[in-house]
Write a protein that binds this ligand. Sequence first.
Ligand SMILES: [Zn+2]
Length: 107
Amino acid sequence: MKKVYTAQNVTEAHFVRDLLESQGLVVTVRGEDLWGASGELPFVDAWPTVWVLDDEREAEAQELVQQYEATKAAPAPGQATWRCVHCGQELEPQFTTCWSCGTERQG
Ligand SMILES: [Zn+2]
């Protein structure tokens, strides 16, 4: 059994578990029972960890985890810059109208 991921919370651990299981890997989450019902972290080192049972598929699991982390690192929708449909100006996410021509953000 190999540890392939240390999550920051139980939700994330379950997400990674589901991701790996969807690829046919047999995985288990450890440490989630250390979390209280409130979701508060009782111990500093109580991060939930995701383990793949089949050692030979560790590399495959690591690759999936890396893909997941790359996705996570990407800006979420609404956080990304946007482009004005009228004048093509690229705008920071905090703007709801184009400061160049005043056109409202679409979508
Ligand atoms: Zn504009």
